[in-house]
Design a protein around this ligand. Structure first.
Ligand SMILES: [Zn+2]
Length: 240
């Protein structure tokens, strides 16, 4: 019986790079891989998994309504599939995660899913929650915060650099994402210090709104320009 794998990370950890390398390893041995990515992030009908370091490969685009089990069975009949790769797996529905599990269990084809663990509000994505629950193998792909600690959280920022805490989980045009450690994520999103988080916009002294950067601990005083620079270097612009 093959396994269902879930490799998870924060943004910009190199998930797609790992996926493409693993798929390549199969192909190098003459094996056939099937690649999927979510239609939510693409602007055209053509699916493609692109890594930030410059490698890419064509991929099927899956939407919420697709039956991935039926789809993969169909492809497998045409040409034997040795391995299935799913990028942006956070966007899978619960049912689709089970469909992929059946590919591993019933067809004996390994399925390797790659995705974000949590959204910019710090909450699990549906697909990731289900994968964390039922995958045979969990692996964390690590990336680091500007402070050097492991980055496990993602903030979504406006082009002006303001952290967003509300809105659609999938993202909006011109949003920018940045991976941070949990401590810096709480500061960036205004949840820490606690007193500031509790203050209502009208109550902040002399200001209409308490800005997330109004008061920061000393250790963080030099981080803001670096954060802004990091955000400029790796903007993730998405539609929908
Ligand atoms: Zn940090």
């Amino acid at each position: 019986m093959s396994k269902l794998y879930f490799s998870y990370a924060a943004m910009n950890a190199g998930k797609s790079t790992v996926l493409l390398q693993a798929s390549w390893n199969y192909q190098e041995r003459g094996m056939h891989t099937l690649l999927f990515t979510s239609s939510l992030y693409t602007e055209t009908d053509e699916g493609r998994i692109t890594s930030r370091i410059g490698i890419s490969a064509g991929a099927e685009l899956y939407g919420k309504a697709d039956d991935l089990y039926a789809w993969i069975v169909r492809e497998h009949r045409k040409k034997r599939v040795n391995s299935v790769f799913v990028d942006e797996a956070q966007f899978l529905t619960k049912a689709q995660v089970w469909q992929l599990a059946r590919i591993a269990d019933r067809l004996d084809i390994p399925v390797l899913c790659f995705g974000l663990r949590t959204d910019f509000r710090g909450e699990l994505f549906t697909g990731s929650a289900e994968l964390l629950a039922i995958a045979d193998s969990l692996r964390e792909i690590r990336t680091i915060c500007h402070c050097g600690r492991k980055a496990t959280m993602v903030v979504r920022r406006t082009p002006e650099g303001r952290a967003l805490m509300t809105g659609n989980q999938v993202g909006i045009e011109k949003s920018m994402y940045l991976s941070l450690c949990r401590g810096h994520w709480e500061e960036e999103t205004g949840r820490w210090p606690l007193a500031r988080a509790a203050a209502k916009p009208g109550q902040a002294k002399g200001k209409a709104k308490p800005t997330p950067r109004a008061k920061k601990p000393k250790s963080d005083s030099r981080s803001t320009p670096r954060l802004a620079a990091a955000a400029r270097r790796s903007p993730r612009r998405v539609k929908h």
